[in-house]
Ligand binder design. Sequence first.
Ligand code: ATP
Ligand code: MG
Length: 585
Amino acid sequence: MKAMTNSNPESAAVKNQAAPIPDAHTPSNFLRDIIAEDVRTKKYGDAQIQTRFPPEPNGYLHIGHAKAICIDFGLAGQFGGKTNLRFDDTNPEKEEQEYVDSIQKDVRWLGFEWDRLCYASDYFGQLCEWALQLIKAGKAYVDDLSADQIRQHRGTLTEPGTDSPYRNRSIEENLDLFTRMKTGEFPDGARVLRAKIDMASPNLNMRDPVMYRILHATHQRTGDQWCIYPMYDYAHGQSDSLERVTHSMCTLEFADHQPLYRWYIEQLGIFPSEQIEFDRLNITYTMLSKRKLLQLVQEKRVNGWDDPRMPTLSGLRRRGFTPEAIRTFVAAAGVSRTNGSTDIEMLEHFQRDDLNHRASRAMAVLRPLKLIIDNYPAGQEEFVEVANNPEDPSAGTRQVPFSGEIYIEHDDFREIPPPKYYRLSPGKEVRLRNAYFITAQSVVKDEAGNIVEAHCTYDPASRGGNSPDGRKVKSTMHWVSAAHAITAEIRLYHKLFLKPDPNDFAEGQDILDNLNPNSLEILSGARLEPSLANAKLEDRYQFERVGYFCLDPDSTSDSTPGHLVFNRTLPLRDSWAKIEKKSGV
Ligand code: ATP
Ligand code: MG
C-alpha cells in the first residue's frame, strides 16, 4: 500500500476495524451468494477474491458511497480477499486533489483500509495501447462527427442507429488519425475514437460507443501529458482487469453497460473481471448525488461539503455520527436488485442506539430561564455527584456544582400550565435531577409581559433527589448552576429537504425549491455545566432530556478561541420504533 497522504487522527480509534463479520445468524445476500458460489466452483482458480471501490474524485463521499464501501471492503474481507481504492480520474475538468484527499480520509474513517491505492490515470498508457490493438483488429475507428451528430446517428430505443460515414475508414487511416489525436494536432471535440460494435444493437450502449475524446485539459496527476481521455466505460473494466478484480460491484444504473464491459475484456482477451450490480442507497428527505451536492456547496445553500446537514461522510462526522452506526445502518438497509428507499428514521435509530451506549451524560440548558431558590443560603455552593453514563457504570461519576441561582429550560416552566403539564408552574413541586425537590413560587416579568425570572423554594431534606417522607413528584428536570455555567452556541439541525423525495417538485421548479429554509437553528446563549469546557472533538454527549451533541470544529479554530460550539447530532426522541410498529417490520 502507498504511504498515507493525509493523517486522520479522528479515525485512529476505528481504523482497520472490520465490517460486521457475518456468522451463521446473519442473513446472506445475493452478492455474497454469488461470491461464495464462485469460490466453491473455483471460477478464478486459486486467485483470491479481489474487489475495488472506484470513486470519481469529483466531490466528497456521501452515505450512499458508504454502502458501496461496506460492500466492496466487507465482502472481500469476509472471503479473505483484498480491496483496492481506485480513483476513476478520467475527467480532469471536474476532478480535484481536495476530493482525492477527502475520499481517502473518509474511507479510513469509516473503518476500512485498502490494499492498493490506484488511479485509472496510472493505466492511461496501457489503455491507449489497447485502443491501438482494437484499431488494428478493425474493432475501433476514428469518427469526425460532432457530439451532436453522433447523438443523432445513435437512433432510439425503437429505431436502430445509422452508421457514421467514417465508420469504414481503413485501419491505416484510423491508426494515423488516432496517433495525431494523441499528439495534440486537433482541437477539443474535433474527433473521437469509437468502438466498432453494432449500430443496430437493441442496447444503445453497444451502438459504437465512444472510447476516447480530445480534451486539452490539465489533469491533476498526469498534467499535460495527455490531451485524449478515455470514457468511463472504456477505462473501468480494463482497470478492473489490470488489478485482477474478480467481482466488480457497482450500482444498478450500470446494468445496461455490462455487455460493453464484457465486450472490451473479451476483445482484448484480458483477465475476465465480472461486473455485478446492486441497488443504490436512497434515503428519505436526503439527496445522494455528488453533482447536486456540489451545487448546494457552490451556491452556498450550505456551509461547505462538511456542513452537518449534508449527507456526506464529512458532514455526518462533523454532526457527530459514528462510523459504527453508519456501518450498522448500511448492513440493516440491506442489498437487493431493485432500487428502493430507506427511511431516514432508520439511520437515526441506529445512531441513537450507538450513542446511547457511548455518550457521556451532561446537563445543558438550551433556552435558559433563571430560577432563584429563595430559601437557599446566600453565597452557598455545593457539589452533587452525577453518573457519567447510567448505561455504563465504568464511565464513573463527576461532581456538578449547585447553588441558589440556576438555569432551567424556558419550556420547563409555565405560569399557567396547560392540562397534563407536569413540569414547573407556581405551586407545583418537581425534582432537579440529582439535586433537590423544588416548588415554584412566583415569576418576574419584563415590561412586555415575558417571564424573565422565576422564584422557588427547595426542600433541603431532599438532597440527591429523593424526599425522606417518600412523596412523589411527576417530573425531573435538568439544570445548571448560574454562577458556574459556561456559555455556548448550540447548532440544531433539521431536515435539509422538506419532502421525503427531494426530487418530487412541480414543473418549472427544481430540487432547490424543496430545501428547508429552516434547516439550521442557532441558539447563542445556551448554558452548560462547567465540565463541558473540556470537551474534545471526538467526545460524544447526551445532554440530558435534550439530545446527542458533540463539539464542532469551529470551537477549536484559531479564529474563535474559547468560543464553544456544540452540534446536535440528534434529538432524543426515536420515531423509528413507531414506524417499525406501524409497518409491522
Ligand atoms: P453520484 O451519483 O453521487 O455522483 P457516482 O455513482 O457518480 O455517485 P462514483 O464516485 O462513481 O459516484 O461512485 C463510486 C462507487 O459508489 C460506484 O461503484 C457507485 O456505484 C457507488 N455509489 C454511488 N452512489 C451510491 C449509492 N447511493 N448507493 C450505493 N452505491 C453508490
Ligand atoms: Mg460515477
